[in-house]
Each structure stands twice: as structure tokens, then as C-alpha cells.
Design a protein around this ligand. Structure first.
Ligand code: EPZ
Length: 417
């Protein structure tokens, strides 16, 4: 069990270069299976979720090695099309391999990914879309067994909700399907655009990624390519929240400001000054934050659900009341009870959390229960004067690269024990 020991109450300063996006790396690593040969992926973050994906690729016969922030995957000698339960359960989003395995092998077998800390994580939209493209998928005893008699066929798929993972699985499966696939009500996240950019460099013909309608004209096969991942917008929002709760002035580099258009107003409403120039964002926090009033999580380009927890730490010490409405996941407030141990005043009723800002947080020993909740607790501990301990840091390491080093480089006193 990894633990952070934090001596909070310090002001941060300095500059951080943003890591590559976890939620770009995971689908793109799966998509390398469509290419026979060596793909070179730059700005690929060192995260346990990425390591889990590399373990899956190695298990099915790929070679995968890391050189700094570059990962090189060679899928030329793959032999298996199944993912064992222990690898599936290491990372719920391994479902993203389903479309790639079927497209490569006409077969795929994996255990049901199961729920996670955010509540049930259904995959009905993934399965119904792949069935519409001609895959036979049986679901028995928690196992998914998929096959297709011949190449997958393009189909018109209308998603009842803009699922990120389902959009990605369909794009990957459709890239080498026979005919054209049209996805209506597709997810519009920047990570969808990044995946489409990678697939198109490999020879796919995808149009409209980032919009609600995506068209994929299937091609015979894809060739290996080199790609640079986009930066991680949720890590950016998290670092901005850490700066806000400590009254700091820091600079983030390697940012794509367009990806944070629904996040910036929340910080400005809280009294933070943002100086955005090219790929850098300087945030200067006020002595006393104002409450951002209302935050509703929505599909992109709305406010991202992944930033809800880190931003709640900021609302916890802002002057006034903030109402959060979590529209994306059933139970994404596991950080609330732990934030209250820091002295936050937060009440949860269903998908609504009401935060009454307090003047300061008090040091505490807390435990993280999920990835973004862990980030929220770290931000809160930086604000609380004195010694805090945060358990469950392995959740944080799923999505935040060397976070104790990043925060220490900004002047925080954070030690991993
Ligand atoms: C992706 O998860 C991200 N993960 C999540 O980030 C992110 O919170 C989420 O998108 C929403 O933005 C990765 O990209 C690896 P969805 P995903 O399918 O694809 C329901 C993080 O912190 N749904 O858009 O699983 C689902 O239950 C992680 O980095 C179905 O009902 O999200 C949820 O309520 C957490 N049936 C909603 O849609 C399905 O078949 C959105 O899920 C699929 C999803």
C-alpha cells in the first residue's frame, strides 16, 4: 500500500511540463494491434494503467519497450487473442482491446471487465455496436467470447449516450472493416481526436472525430506509424486545483488550452488569474477563493467528470457554497467522506454534492478509493497546515506520473513512504 506523507500549508511556485494523456495512451496502445510492425508512441506517460496495457500486449505476443517517454510496440508476432482475468481486472478499461482483437484476429476472448470504484461500468454499447458490425459475442460465466465469420462490416451506429470507450472501440473495429461505419452521437473528447489522428497516420480513413458524427471508411490494413500523444487535460486541471488551494502562482507548459475551455471559467470564477499564451498556462490564485457556485459534469466539451473531485478540493476552501452535479457516474463521491476528515463541509444527496467553503482545512490521515479521488485528497493535504497521510496512492499512480516529484518540484513537501 503506497502512502503519501505531506507537510501542507506551503505555497507552490515554479513550472511543470504536462505529462501525456492517460486516456489517449490506452486506446492508442490497443489500436497498435491493427498494424503489423513497429509503432513508436511519444509522450506516453509512465503510469500503472499504461503498464497494464503493455502487459496485455506482451501477453498476446507483442514486444513492447519504453525509452524515456517513448513506447515502441511491435505487433508483428502476436499469437493470442485472449486476455486473462487477472490482466482484465488490473484495469477496467481493458475492454478497449475488444475491437482491436476482433479486427486483428476475427476472434477475442476476455473476462467481463466488471465494475470499479465509480460504480457499475456497463459495456452494453460496446457489445451492441460490435454485433451490428457482424461480431458474434457470447457472454457466459463472466466471459466474453467473440468471433466473426469474415471481416467485420461497416454499420450505421447511433449511440444512446456519447460513450468515450464505445466510440473508441467502434472506431478501432471499423478502421479495417468492410465498408463504411457512421457513428451518431459519438463522444467528442480530445482523446477521440487523438486516436483518430493516430489511426489516420496508420492509413485509416476517419472523418469527423471530435464531432458528434464520425465516419470511418474501412481499409484493407493499416501500417505502423509514429505518433505524439496529446497532453493530459485532467492532470492540468488537477495541478491548477493544487495551485488554487495553496494560493500559489505556477506555470504549466505543454498544455493545449482548447482542451480546457470548460475548466478555465471555473478557476476564473473562483478568483484565479489565468494567463494563457500558446501552450502555457500561468495560474495565479487569490488569497481567498470565491466559490464557483455550480459545477455540472457533462460529456465533452462540458465540464469533465474526471476533474470533479480535484476541483471539489478547491471548492472546499472557497468563500461560499458550491453545488456539484455528477451526471456521468453513479458513485463518484467516494472522496467526500475523506475530504470531510480534513474539515471540509460537504453533503451528498444522490448525484448532488453541496460544498460549504471553510476558511482552512486541517491535516488528517485519509484513504483514497479511486484515481481522481486520490488526486483530490492530495490537493486538500497541500492546503491543510501540518502533517497529513494519504493511503491508497496506488490509485493515484494509475493516472499521475511521478506526482510526488512533480509536486516537490513546485515546492511542496510530499514524500512517498
Ligand atoms: C472514459 O471512461 C474515461 N476512461 C474515464 O476516465 C472518463 O471518466 C469517462 O470516459 C467519461 O469521460 C478512459 O478513457 C480510459 P463512458 P469510459 O463510456 O469510456 C455509461 C479517469 O478518471 N456507459 O463515456 O468507461 C457509463 O456507465 C477515467 O481517467 C453505458 O451505460 O466512459 C457511464 O455512466 C474514469 N454503457 C457513461 O456511460 C456502455 O456500454 C459514460 O461512460 C458504456 C458506458
Amino acid at each position: 500500500m503506497s502512502v503519501f506523507a505531506v507537510d501542507g500549508g506551503r505555497r507552490l511556485s515554479g513550472e511543470v511540463k504536462l505529462q501525456g494523456s492517460k486516456n489517449s495512451a490506452l486506446p492508442i496502445l490497443a489500436a497498435t494491434l491493427l498494424c503489423r510492425g513497429e509503432c513508436v508512441l511519444h509522450n506516453c506517460p509512465r503510469l500503472s494503467d499504461v503498464e497494464a496495457s503493455l502487459s496485455i500486449l506482451r501477453y498476446i505476443g507483442c514486444t513492447a519497450r519504453r525509452e524515456g517517454s517513448t513506447v515502441i510496440v511491435d505487433t508483428g508476432s502476436v499469437t493470442r487473442y485472449d486476455i486473462p482475468a487477472e490482466l482484465m481486472h488490473r484495469m477496467r478499461s481493458s475492454i478497449i482491446f475488444l475491437g482491436a482483437l476482433i479486427a486483428r484476429f476475427d476472434r477475442a476472448r476476455m473476462s467481463f471487465p466488471g465494475g470499479c470504484e465509480l460504480g457499475p461500468r456497463p459495456i452494453d454499447l460496446h457489445l451492441s455496436a460490435l454485433r451490428a458490425m457482424g461480431a458474434d459475442i457470447s457472454e457466459e460465466h463472466g466471459e466474453l467470447d467473440c468471433c466473426t465469420q469474415e471481416r467485420l462490416c461497416g454499420a450505421n451506429i447511433s449511440l444512446p449516450l456519447p460513450s468515450v470507450g464505445a466510440t473508441e472501440n467502434i472506431m478501432i473495429a471499423a478502421a479495417t472493416a468492410d465498408g463504411t461505419t457512421v457513428i451518431s452521437n459519438a463522444a467528442r473528447e480530445p482523446e477521440i481526436v487523438d486516436l483518430a489522428d493516430f489511426l489516420n497516420v496508420c492509413g485509416a480513413r476517419i472523418r469527423g472525430a471530435g464531432e458528434s458524427t464520425v465516419m470511418i471508411d474501412g481499409v484493407e490494413r493499416l501500417r505502423p506509424a509514429t505518433h505524439v500523444m496529446i497532453p493530459d487535460r485532467i492532470v492540468a486541471a488537477t495541478l491548477m486545483s493544487a495551485a488554487a488551494v495553496t494560493g500559489s502562482n505556477i506555470r504549466l507548459t505543454g498544455v493545449i488550452p482548447a482542451h480546457l475551455q470548460s475548466v478555465f471559467p471555473v478557476f476564473r470564477d473562483s478568483g484565479c488569474e489565468l494567463d494563457i499564451r500558446g501552450n502555457t498556462v500561468r495560474i495565479s490564485a487569490p488569497y481567498r477563493l470565491h466559490s464557483p457556485k455550480l459545477i455540472r459534469t457533462m460529456p465533452y466539451p462540458g465540464f469533465p467528470t474526471d476533474a470533479q473531485a480535484p476541483v471539489m478540493s478547491m471548492a472546499a476552501v472557497a468563500d461560499g457554497m458550491t453545488v456539484f452535479v455528477e451526471n456521468m457516474f453513479l458513485s463518484r463521491y467516494s472522496h467526500v467522506s475523506e475530504l470531510c476528515r480534513f474539515g471540509a463541509d460537504i453533503r451528498v444527496e444522490g448525484k448532488v454534492a453541496v460544498v460549504d467553503g471553510v476558511r482552512r482545512l486541517l491535516s488528517a490521515d485519509v484513504r483514497a478509493h479511486d484515481l481522481r479521488g486520490a488526486a483530490a485528497l492530495v490537493a486538500a493535504s497541500l492546503c491543510a497546515k501540518g502533517q497529513s497521510e494519504i493511503r491508497g496512492i496506488e490509485y493515484l499512480e494509475r493516472g499521475y506520473e511521478d506526482f510526488e516529484l512533480v509536486l516537490s518540484s513546485l515546492g511542496a513537501d510530499v514524500k512517498k513512504i
